[in-house]
Ligand binder design. Structure first.
Ligand code: 3HC
Length: 304
């Protein structure tokens, strides 16, 4: 699972200083893999509380990685954890933090207005060579990039949850992303241990365009009462070799996230049956049953 995390791989990348905006699950993971690869990271969030929480979870996840990488040498493992953590600074001022960045990766709330405000501000202060990227999973890269002058230096870097484990990175080319920017993003992705694929700026890119309708079909199957949640999940794990069943995965990703993506697509493509709203999903989200993070979704979980 852990690959190419040597600091020598970071040497191949033109990116030395990465600023990650958003200290949630995805932002923390992106900060972690960058720091593991030897890059200097500034993790930005609006509150110091969120940053403290993010650093704590990064520490825990780095220890999991170290346990595997340094099975026979716990001392080296400890050094790896401390060195990686030491490369992560935290900040609450995104503009200030972007002044020294070669790459800014945004992983904040999926709201076009909020993203526009952020990038407009950063565009005015970040050095001219700085590449801007969004980890959006449901919005258009071109639309997000529309407010910046450096459209040639803007692209999508879409990671998967859990970021330290999932080996894929989707590198999304906007219609004005330059070849040089694209190449740098691909090299950077490789340097943080990911296998990169290329995709146009199309809804869901590759993975979510296939995964979200699949999850939705599983919810509909369950809603119709055709099979139990457990049996649907067992079926896809044992019958199709997936590591998680679709309903488990929906709980893991967050039912609010699933709904948000589906709603966005339904608005854009109202005739597409696969994107139609799902009453059961609506109900669970309205009840605050968002999956693992709230302690209940299709299943119940112990609250962390
Ligand atoms: N950080 C570091 N390591 C982690 C980790 C984390 N956050 N989470 C798990 N791991 C490691 C564990 O230490 C373990 O290592 P080991 O095998 O060497 O002991 C290994 O990963 C497996 O973890 P677990 O034993 O805890 O549990 P599983 O074997 O069930 O694996 C899983 C967990 C990796 C999450 C696996 O179930 C899986 O791959 N599930 C599918 C996830 C998926 O499809 N993600 C994509 C979601 S879509 C998305 O993100 C897009 C977005 O836009 C919505």
């Amino acid at each position: 699972i852990v690959r190419n995390f040597s600091s020598s791989s970071a040497m191949q990348s033109a990116i030395k200083n990465v600023t990650v905006i958003g200290g949630g699950l995805m932002g923390s993971g992106i900060a972690q893999v960058s720091a593991q690869a030897g890059q200097n990271v500034t993790l930005v969030d609006v509150s110091n509380d969120a940053l403290a929480k993010a650093k704590k979870s990064i520490g825990t996840n780095l220890s999991r990685v170290a346990k595997k990488m340094y099975k026979d040498n716990p001392q080296e493992g400890e050094k790896f954890v401390n060195d990686s953590l030491g490369r992560i600074n935290t900040a609450t001022d995104a503009a200030e933090a972007s002044k020294s960045a070669d790459l800014v990766v945004e992983a904040i709330v999926e709201n076009i207005g909020v993203k526009h405000k952020l990038f407009k501000q950063l565009d005015g202060v970040a050095p001219s060579h700085t590449i801007f990227a969004s980890n959006t999973s449901s919005l258009s890269i071109n639309e997000i990039a529309s407010v910046v002058k450096r459209k040639d230096k803007f692209g999508g870097l879409h990671f998967f949850n859990p970021v330290p484990v999932m080996r894929l990175l989707e590198v999304v080319k906007g219609s004005e992303t330059s070849e040089a920017t694209y190449k740098t993003m691909m090299e950077w992705g490789k340097s943080v241990g990911k296998t990169c694929i290329t995709c146009k700026d199309t809804p869901g890119f590759v993975v979510n365009r296939l995964l979200v309708p699949y999850i939705c079909e599983a919810i509909r199957l369950y809603e119709r009462g055709d099979a139990s949640a457990r049996d649907i999940d067992i079926a896809m794990k044992l019958g199709a070799g997936y590591p998680m069943g679709p309903l488990e995965l929906a709980d893991y990703v967050g039912l609010d996230t699933n709904k948000f993506i589906l709603d966005g697509w339904h608005k854009k493509f109202p005739d597409q049956q696969l994107f139609k709203p799902i009453p059961l999903l609506e109900k669970l989200v309205a009840e605050g049953k968002l999956g693992v993070k709230t302690g209940e979704g299709f299943y119940k979980y112990e609250k962390k």
